[in-house]
Structure formats: C-alpha cells, structure tokens
Design a protein around this ligand. Structure first.
Ligand code: BG6
Length: 488
C-alpha cells in the first residue's frame, strides 16, 4: 500500500513564547526576568540591530542601567502583544483555525518572582491554570517550555545565574511546582528552548554578559553543563510526578551542507554539525557527552567542573522526544571569503542555490525533510517541529485584510517536505508553526518582523490599536489542518 502522509494522531499547532507575547510586565506579582532587560536602542535602525545582535546587555553598566529602568518604552519584550490580558480572544481565533496543539513558555519569574523564593506566586500559577484550561476547552493539547531564554533576574544578580550550581536547586523547585500544579493540563514539556543558543547568543542562552567574562567559552559550557543537569532532572522528576506525559529536548537546528564536494568541506560540515547541533541532543537524548567534544574542549581550554554523580544524572534523564526549530540552512566550508548571510542566532555561509527571506535567512524547504531524516536516523525518537515559519513585513489594508502569499508559499513548501519525511518513515508527532500570532521578534525586538497567521496592529514602538486580524495565511492554514495536510 502506498504511504499517504500524516496519520490521524498528528498534531497541527502554533507556537509563541511568553517573553515575546505576554507583556504584563510586573502584573500579577511577576518578578523581572532576564529577557525584560533586553532593550531597543532608539538610535539604531532595526536592520542595524539585527546585524549587531547587541540588544542584549553587553556590559555590566548596561545591565545595571536596564535593571533600574522601570519603563517599558525601549523594552518591547515588556509589552509583547499583551497576550497576558488578551489570551482568551487569541485562543478563540486559534481554535477557529483548528489548532490542535499550542506551544508557549512559562515565565519562571511569574511562578517564582525572584527564583529563590520559598513558595510560589499563586497569582502566577492561576494565570497558567486559566490559560491552559482555555486550551483544553478547545481541545488543544499543550506543549509548554519551562525556559524560553528568560529566568528571574535575581538569580543572576544574587548567584551569577547559570554559572552557579546552586541554580539547579532552584530549578528543581520550579519544576516540581510546575508538575504538581500544571501537570494535568500540559501534554508535552520542554525544559529548555534551543539549548544550543548559548554559544551564539550568551545572554539569551545562559544569561552571561559578553563584555564581562574573561574566558567566555569556559563559562558558556560550564553553564550548559548545569542546564544539561537541569534537563535530565526535569525528565526524572517528570517521569515520577506526571507519568505518561512526554518530556523532550530542543535545539535550534542549524542544518548545514558541504559548500562543495571537496573532502575538506564535507569534513567541515561534520564538525560544524557536531559542535553546533549534535552535542546538545547527544547529551540529552543519549545521556552522555560524546567523545568528539573532548578535542574541542581541549583546543579551547575548557574544563568542566563536575560533581560526583553528574554523569549518572545525565544517563538517567534521557528525553522521550526530540524537537527543534528549523528556519533556514547554511553551508560549511573553509574556503576564504565565502559569502555570508544572516540566519537564526548566527551569521551563516551562503548557499548559491537558495533564496533568502527579507532578513537574509535562506529558505530551504527540502532542508526540512533532510533534517527530519537526519535527526530521526540518529536518535530513533519521535520528533516535534517546535518552530518553523517566515518572518516578513506585512501590510494591513484599509478593509482589515493582510495578503501574505509569501508566507503561504513558505508554509506550503515546508509542510510538503515534512509530509515527504513522514512517508520516508520519520515518526513526527506535531508541527507547531512559529509565531502563529504576530509577536515581538526575538532578534531585532521589533513588531514588523511578523510570522503570524493573525495580524496584531502594533508597531515597533508599541503604538496601535492592538486589534487582531486574520491574514490570508490564517484561512490557508485552517484548510491545511482540516484536510490533515492534504489540501496544500
Ligand atoms: C528562535 C526563537 O530562535 O527563533 C524564537 O526560539 C524566535 O524565540 C525565533 O522568535 C525567530 O527569531 P526572530 O528573531 O525572527 O524572532
């Protein structure tokens, strides 16, 4: 019999993150989070900001200044799209689209405002009970990320953040409360969003201030070791407290091809893949540090401090599924002067066969099938595509419409390749399209880099009615979901 594609269990979804959507800065007893400190410097154009990747605190002075700042003016993540107060209307629209799974992240600083509090903030917990109950009302499954880059800033100020092993203790407390109080509503858990971001964007990944570290590589990997332990503990505690629920790992997938068939380029592609991608999934899915990383650590003079029993924790905390964000692909080569181009979190090398988005991210739908096959071959674990989508400028017409054929084209091509991968035999559980509703973009911190099928009438400065409008892609995705991916 000819294989057809998605089975009836497959889940069509959409994703957002609390720090980019919620707003509600300091509402409901929320503490200040590390993402609340990211600022938009008014003197830079959005393009310059994207290029510089400098809208993170870069020095101790900038960090302190942002910490003391109470306004939301140059801090778009403090505003988001006000999902915190508008989630009922937003979920209703998503339900109308037929969404079967909704991914968002939980703000640690809403549950434990300072991170080290003895008991949780009940108002914060209630917010998530209400939010997830609303999802259940529409029969939507929930995929919840425990940390999407943001942690309570007090943990950084008082303890040094991820550098300090003590954070594991606070994380365990946080996770225990999540399972205990929200466990019944959440179907899939991700302890960390894109755990490999640390190397490329240290503030996002591990809350390190770049201008403040003498041996950055050492600090990054020490922090990552603590995150790996937290991931493994989240799995162990979860298997005990919420049996039957699935706990996974996630990376930003930087798919890479050799730039030419030169053996050196092929070798470079293997190395780039190991250091940027596989290391992270290998630890969380296979339960140990891979051998290839020793050489890398030696070359960079990295020595990870471990306690007795750490390796056992990693071994006993392997995940139930793997997931990734996939936006683009790049090439690997040592050829001098190879043209560069932007990508999610990184500046990659350009592939002459691919077109780029308005932000230079190279659009490669076949790369999604390639990636799914690669990841499945390596781990033989079910997969969730936790993020995929197109950031683009949209125009709202006077009659309240948004014509976005470019987004439909992007989604159609990627979903077709995803279907091919399923026919290839990949065990794919769900697709949670990124930014199902327009939110503040993570890199440039602007509104006008939009991913949504639902338009939000706000500009980069947070001005506008805030009203929601269905884009053409809204109707297209609805049709795609109704037909279980047949009507593309
Ligand atoms: C991923 C992040 O790296 O990329 C998201 O998990 C982010 O938070 C997404 O929004 C797209 O990046 P950007 O910069 O276009 O918003």
């Amino acid at each position: 019999m000819k294989p057809t594609g998605f089975n009836s269990e497959f889940l069509w979804g959409g994703a957002i993150a609390c720090s980019q959507a919620d707003g509600g800065f300091k509402e409901g007893g929320k503490g200040v989070s590390t993402q609340d400190l990211r600022y938009l410097d008014s003197k830079w154009t959005p393009e310059e900001i994207e290029e510089k990747h400098q809208n993170n605190p870069f020095s101790l002075d900038e960090f302190k200044a942002a910490l003391q700042e109470d306004s939301t003016e140059y801090y778009p993540l403090r505003r988001g799209i006000n999902f915190y107060n508008n989630y009922k209307e937003d979920l209703k629209l998503m339900a109308e689209m037929g969404l079967e799974i909704f991914r968002t992240s939980i703000s640690w600083s809403r549950i434990f405002p300072n991170g080290d509090d003895e008991s949780p903030n009940e108002e914060g917990i209630q917010f998530y009970i209400d939010l997830f109950s609303e999802c259940k009302k529409y029969n939507m499954k929930v995929l919840a990320t425990m940390i999407h880059y943001d942690i309570p800033v007090n943990l950084v100020v008082k303890y040094g953040g991820w550098k300090n092993r003590e954070i594991i203790k606070f994380f365990e407390r946080y996770v225990t409360v999540l399972y205990e109080r929200l466990g019944e509503y959440v179907d899939f858990w991700l302890p960390f969003n894109e755990i490999n971001a640390a190397k490329f964007s240290p503030w996002d990944g591990v809350c390190l201030i770049p201008g403040n570290e003498e041996h950055m590589d050492q600090e990054i990997f020490q922090c990552l070791h603590h995150q790996f332990l937290c991931s493994a503990k989240a799995v162990q505690i979860g298997h005990r407290m919420v049996p039957g629920k699935k706990i996974g790992a996630m990376i930003a997938r930087f798919t890479t091809y050799p730039a030419t068939c030169k053996p050196e380029d092929n070798m470079q592609a293997i190395l780039d893949d190991q250091y940027s991608n596989w290391l992270y999934l290998d630890v969380m899915a296979r339960g140990s540090y891979p051998k290839y990383i020793n050489r890398y650590f030696e070359e960079l003079n990295i020595k990870i401090a471990m306690d007795e029993g750490d390796l056992e924790v990693l071994q006993n905390g392997t995940v139930d599924f793997v997931s990734f964000s996939y936006y683009f692909s790049q090439v690997s080569t040592n050829i001098e002067g190879w043209e560069k181009t932007a990508g999610n979190l990184i500046i990659g090398k350009k592939n002459p066969y691919l077109e780029g988005s308005e932000w230079g991210w190279q659009i490669d739908s076949v790369g999604l099938r390639f990636t799914l096959n690669q990841v499945y071959d390596r781990y033989q674990l079910p997969i969730i595509i936790a993020e995929n989508g197109l950031g683009a400028y949209d125009t709202l017409t006077d009659s309240g419409e948004v014509h976005d054929p470019y987004r439909i084209d992007y989604l159609r091509k990627h979903i077709k390749e995803m279907k091919e991968a399923v026919i290839d035999g990949v065990e794919l559980l769900a697709y949670t399209m990124w930014g199902i509703i327009d939110i503040v973009s993570c890199g440039p911190l602007t509104m006008d880099k939009r991913y949504g099928t639902i338009y939000v009438d706000l500009d980069n400065g947070g001005n506008g009615s805030g009203k929601r409008f269905r884009k053409d892609s809204f109707y297209w995705y609805k049709k795609c979901i109704e037909s279980n991916g047949e009507d593309l």
